[in-house]
Design a protein around this ligand. Structure first.
Ligand code: 13P
Ligand code: SF4
Length: 347
């Protein structure tokens, strides 16, 4: 029964006090996020993991790569747990370290020492480590522009992985034309590009978010037709053409801030994960808010963290065993931290 489970979480939180820290990503379910000590987007959660030195147990309510990041940024006596190990990210799964090493070899054969790798935080610790070792950095959706500008001060070109859409949208907003962007296909190990390769400035990994790819130009046309006064705001993991036709694009925190400061009575169609959109609808009854895609788009892996898994994970901590510990090996963590630090210093 839900009430018993909720009472159990409250009881464990009271018993462990500051020894327990529960960060929660904005896409988490209400039944889970209500117990988060802090809520945030990927950047804020990484910053908070780095700042908190009191907690011995960090129960991460988000997905696997976020828990790995928290482990990399915390110290030895702090343990990070993921309540359900199946809470991965389909985008992060689109780039593995072997594909990345192969791509790097081929691309550096073509372009020499002119490429800086940047990886979206939605990637494995092994890829962050590879990027750190090669002078690059991580980015999140809230600092991507700043980090891409930084990268172009170091090298002539960037390899941006694993989200082609965030990479393309960010580069485009900085004035780089679509003709200067090529796509690296990690399945065929080939560059998808028609023109002369010297013109390429941005190499985009062919990955995407299966949630945000569900927002389409047709969705936008329908909203424009049915609600001519509606503002359309989307996450930059959406395709280029969707971002181009929207009124605004930004990270989950940006979307929340825009809705919070919007005029009562204003109308919004939001292109991001369903749990967040539903929460904004509930919290702002004075505004007309809908999902840009009427069929809504859940992130199935984020949703794997539910109240029963949270309680189970906390119970194992209380029993002294602590299951589902996320531990990145030292060598990987050292280089991954270099990539994360380069971002955090500039955020
Ligand atoms: P942000 O929290 O950085 O907006 O990213 C969204 C996301 O897809 C997290 O997986
Ligand atoms: Fe990964 Fe997309 Fe889910 Fe974010 S919303 S965790 S990018 S699958």
């Amino acid at each position: 029964p839900t009430q018993e489970l909720e009472a159990r979480v409250r009881d464990i939180k009271a018993q462990l006090g500051k020894k327990l820290f529960i960060p929660g990503h904005h896409y988490q379910k209400d039944e889970v996020i209500q117990f988060a000590d802090v809520r945030g987007d990927s950047l804020q959660l990484a910053q908070m993991a780095e700042k908190n030195r009191e907690a011995e147990h960090i129960v991460f309510c988000g997905v696997h790569f976020m828990a790995e990041t928290a482990d990399i940024l915390t110290v030895d006596n702090q343990k990070v747990y993921l309540p359900d190990m199946r809470a991965g990210c389909s985008m992060a799964d689109m780039a593995d370290i072997y594909q990345t090493e192969r791509a790097w070899e081929k691309l550096t054969n073509i372009f020499g020492d002119t490429i800086l790798p940047l990886t979206y935080v939605n990637s494995t610790a092994a890829i962050k480590s590879f990027v750190g070792q090669n002078g690059g950095a991580t980015v999140t959706s809230s600092n991507a522009e700043k980090m891409v500008q930084w990268a172009f001060k170091q090298k002539e070109r960037i390899l941006f992985l694993p989200d082609q859409h965030l990479g393309r949208n960010t580069a485009y907003s900085l004035g780089i034309s679509l003709d200067e962007m090529a796509v690296w296909n990690p399945i065929t190990d080939e560059l998808e590009y028609d023109g002369p390769v010297e013109n390429i400035k941005v190499l985009l990994w062919k990955g995407h978010c299966s949630v945000h790819e569900n927002f389409t130009v047709k969705n936008i046309e329908e909203v424009r037709r049915n609600y001519p006064n509606m503002n359309i705001i989307v996450h930059p993991e959406c395709r280029r053409e969707v971002v181009a036709l929207s009124d605004m694009a930004g990270s989950t925190t940006y979307i929340i801030n825009m809705i919070e400061k919007a005029e009562p009575g204003s109308a919004w169609a939001i292109g991001t994960e369903m749990n967040l959109v539903n929460r904004l609808i509930q919290e702002h009854p004075d505004k007309h808010i809908i999902s840009l895609n009427p069929h809504m788009c859940p992130c199935l892996t984020m949703n794997r963290i539910d109240l029963p898994h949270l309680v189970w994970c906390l119970d194992t901590i209380m029993e002294g065993e602590g299951h589902n510990v996320i531990q990145v090996d030292d060598k990987t963590a050292t280089f991954a931290k270099m990539a994360l630090d380069r971002m955090l210093e500039r955020s």
